[in-house]
Ligand binder design. Sequence first.
Ligand code: ADE
Ligand code: ZN
Ligand code: ZN
Length: 282
Amino acid sequence: MAHWHFAGERIVAGFSRCWRRLGAGGLALAALLVCVPPAYAWGPRGHRIVARLAEAQLTPPARAEAQRLLALRDAQHLSQVANWADDLRDSNPALFHRTERLHFVNFHSSDCVFVPPRDCWRGECAVAAIEKYSAILANRGNRPALRAEALAFVVHFVADVHQPLHAGYRPDAGGNDFQVHFEGRGTNLHRVWDSGLLDTVQLSTAAYARKLGAERTPIETGGTPAGWAEESCRIDRDDGVYPATHVIGGAYVERERPIAEMRLRQTGARLAALLNRDLAKG
Ligand code: ADE
Ligand code: ZN
Ligand code: ZN
């Protein structure tokens, strides 16, 4: 809870900073139109939404075990540990460096067929990471602190592998090297998908998660980590993710944001299924 509060305050602070820059008088309407919440470095928002969606789908025994492990990390909710793997960049650079390559998988062919020796050399990719940390989590013989860390990694990496550009096939570092024009400035395609698309929705993260949790359009659940990565790769290839003009406008957002949201809903359901299995009483 404390964490969500904090995120909310950061958004409010972002609004008020922007508001002050525009000046007090007569610009209220302009401020409402221009002061979008700041874009964070899936970004924090995507990961929190996935964690909330998954938590709502946990079985009672899995929920109880999750709470026991989360308590070891001073947390009560999955959303409070969902961004830890990214936050390591600042809080524990050595551990971040050792786990940096686990946030994505780069396919080496547009066939989008996952070939481990080719696409996941030495097991250093999101697919192998999910399998590794899921196994650590499921093994009750492991120290609780180790399992709690594995829980935080699993919650994060299952979401990352569903972000289409975290499992791409082009030699552009998952769109990081694909420059685009978006909302009046230069950025890259990877950032647009991590956070830009989701940040166009003017809802709190909690409200956004509730909205997606209430949607009833059928989504495909099930599958394996390798299959989830292959889906991401095919989305990059087939679904208009790469804008021919390098300009991202309203039509792109209207077309691609529903795909991003579908991926968040799939991730929530699939992460819950994985946790319900790994955290069930052995
Ligand atoms: N760096 C290299 N490839 C990447 C990817 N697919 N996603 C994020 N960062 C990357
Ligand atoms: Zn990540
Ligand atoms: Zn990313």
